[in-house]
Design a protein around this ligand. Structure first.
Ligand code: ADP
Ligand code: MG
Length: 492
């Protein structure tokens, strides 16, 4: 694989060219950007499906300006068994180094990989005969998942010869402790789909998206009804098959709606701590695979994190997706995703419009900058911007003193960001504003906000989602979010 040459050769294509098999919001977002689709090898951006990306990596020789939306071995983070292995390994390493950070590696439910870890699992099961969940490592959308409380219940799975470790086609599963006490809203379980963009592993650069959504079960949570997958699996693919599915909200609620709801009940401090803990889960997960990930300057990745939290406000990592669904199931969902992808493209910056000292672009905040975890600027009451309003101004840059500080950190590896002269370089406010308002996408965001009829634009004042402000008649400036089912209108 060739490295990007020092002179950062730019594509000469006008307009830029993209290649993708997807026909969902990614296609829309790229078209809207004015780029041209190509089926040949003359692409600037390849938004590839995971299944074909090995072919792209193996057969192609990347030009210096080309970008692709996966790291070659992203499965280290995104396959359920490898994720568990890497998290455990990182924890072990920290323990060995006597690093108190090891104590923070407690954010995933106890997990074993079967069939390999079967004896270990049985030992743990006997100690802790609770509810466990079985998940095939290479499936998604809730497929093949089941729960059990007795070892006999996995006999059927065990009797299938495919579980034999010596067989090449053995179907591996992870078995995981089931979180019995999920935090519920309106009596329903949900998990959160959050987005993080990694633009480099060496050094680690991570952007965290302020928005995202909760995916609700369409049925009341009942821990005793273990056979009913609809109660326990919050995947849209599972929920949409049911009569109880709400096609108006899509069973989704934007994170900002959840945040307002939680703050009105539990206060800012508790919610900020929860959201900050979630942000740290994302950072620690990425740090866990930093050593094994093949970093390549042509690659970036938009990860979809599945996170739950329980009724003690403890967040849990459920899984990480390298191909988070970019297919929308409601007009609001479509807007969220187009806006998300517009910000991704702004950061990946094939147009060369970034200066290099940006700390927020669209809805993304830079949370790890060349390996350093960034703190939210001093005046904010929040320590994490998840669920905060996405400002209209598209770009926010590092304050001057911070630029000077970064420039002093001589040991930081050179990244595109620093190499491009973000550090130390100062720009007048006028020219900064001019740049901000120029080609980076205020107008694109405006266009993305032109909702199709019936949809609510995703703006700071649009707090409700799902069956929220649009569907339940709440006005645009209403400060109280509605729940997906519109049931809890007067909480707090
Ligand atoms: N350990 C767990 N405790 C409680 N619920 C879980 C657990 N693991 C998964 N779930 C539920 O099952 C859903 C699917 O699990 P996930 O690991 O994301 O697999 P998939 O790849 O099929 O989406 C999650 O979105 C969540 O609702
Ligand atoms: Mg999932």
């Amino acid at each position: 694989m060739s490295k990007v040459s020092a002179d950062e050769k730019k594509s000469s294509h006008q307009p830029l060219r993209f290649k993708t098999n997807f026909r969902n919001t990614i296609y829309e977002a790229l078209k809207e950007r004015g780029w041209k689709e190509t089926e040949g090898e003359d692409w600037d951006l390849n938004w590839a499906e995971r299944d074909i990306m090995y072919e792209v990596f193996d057969t192609g020789h990347f030009q210096s300006f080309q970008r692709i939306n996966h790291f070659r071995n992203d499965r280290e983070l995104c396959r359920k068994d490898l994720l568990a292995k890497n998290l455990k390994k990182r924890k072990r390493q920290l323990i060995k180094e006597n690093d108190p950070e090891a104590d923070n590696y407690d954010f995933w439910p106890t997990t074993y990989v079967l069939p390999g870890d079967y004896p270990l699992f049985v030992e743990e099961f006997k100690r802790s005969p609770e509810v466990w969940i079985m998940k095939p490592i290479s499936k998604s959308q809730g497929k093949g998942i089941f729960m059990f409380t007795k070892l006999q219940q996995i006999n059927k799975w065990k009797s299938d010869s495919r579980w034999k470790p010596e067989r090449e086609d053995a179907e591996a599963y992870v078995v995981q402790k089931y979180i019995m006490n999920p935090f519920c809203v309106g009596g329903q379980k949900f998990d959160m789909r959050l987005y993080a963009l990694c633009t480099s592993y060496t050094p680690l650069n991570v952007w965290f998206y302020r928005s995202g959504f909760c995916r609700f079960s369409s049925q009341r949570y009942d821990p005793s009804d273990l056979d009913n997958e609809a109660v326990h699996l919050t995947n849209v693919a599972i929920q949409k098959k049911l009569d109880t599915y709400d096609s108006v909200s899509g069973g989704k609620w934007e994170i900002r709606g959840l945040k307002m709801y939680l703050m009105s009940r539990y206060g800012i401090a508790a919610v900020d701590k929860l959201f900050h803990d979630i942000q740290m889960i994302i950072i620690r997960s990425l740090q866990s695979v930093q050593q094994v990930m093949i970093s390549d300057k042509h690659c970036f990745e938009l990860y979809g994190f599945d996170i739950m939290f329980d009724d003690n406000f403890k967040p849990w990592l459920i899984e990480v997706n390298a191909s988070p669904s970019l297919t929308a199931n409601t007009p609001e969902d479509r807007l969220l995703k187009i806006k998300l992808l517009t910000s991704v493209m702004d950061i990946v910056d094939l147009e060369g419009a970034m200066k290099g000292n940006e700390v927020r672009v669209g809805g993304f905040d830079l949370i790890v900058d060349a390996g350093q975890i960034r703190k939210v600027a001093g005046s904010s009451v929040y320590s994490c911007m998840l669920g905060a309003e996405i400002p209209r101004e598209n770009v926010e840059r590092k304050p001057r003193d911070e630029i000077a500080e970064t420039a002093d950190q001589t040991k930081l590896p050179t990244s595109k960001r620093t190499a491009r002269g973000g550090g130390g370089e100062q720009e007048s406010k006028e020219s900064r504003d001019k740049r901000t308002n120029s080609r980076i996408s205020q107008n694109r965001i405006q266009r993305a906000n032109n909702a199709p009829s019936g949809a609510t634009p995703i703006t700071g004042s649009s707090l409700g989602a799902g069956g929220g402000s649009g569907a339940s008649g709440g006005g645009r400036n209403k400060r109280i979010p509605a729940t997906p089912q519109g049931r809890l209108k007067n909480f707090g």
